[in-house]
Design a binder for this molecule. Structure first.
Ligand SMILES: [Zn+2]
Length: 107
């Protein structure tokens, strides 16, 4: 039988170093390139999830349809923050394993 290695041998030793490897992922619309959401990595983990963001640009495509970002695969734990000051997140709903983020505008 193989024992789980659950003791703390992987405790990082460089806790005091600046968190240089914290990534920021910019998610923008695949149709009009409007920046939609920043995903700020707050820690490494084995969490993997997929997400995409629906575009808020009313003139996203010539025929008036709203576009969306590509599907991004993220590993770790993230905060999200909107890029434009008036944007806000209306909903995050998981559909078929992909987190769908919808944005709206503050009044
Ligand atoms: Zn767009």
């Amino acid at each position: 039988m193989i024992e789980d290695q659950e003791h703390l041998e992987e405790e990082p030793e460089e806790e005091l170093a600046p968190a240089l490897d914290m990534g920021v992922i910019l998610i923008s619309c695949a149709d009009c390139n409007r920046p939609l959401l920043n995903m700020l990595k707050v820690r490494d983990s084995d969490d993997i999830y997929k997400m995409k963001v629906m575009c808020v640009n009313k003139k996203c495509t010539p025929d008036g349809e709203r576009g969306e970002s590509w599907v991004h695969t993220l590993k770790g734990q993230y905060f999200h923050s909107t890029i434009k000051q008036r944007d806000r997140v209306l909903s995050m709903v998981e559909e078929d394993g992909v987190m769908i983020v919808r944005l709206g505008k503050k009044r």
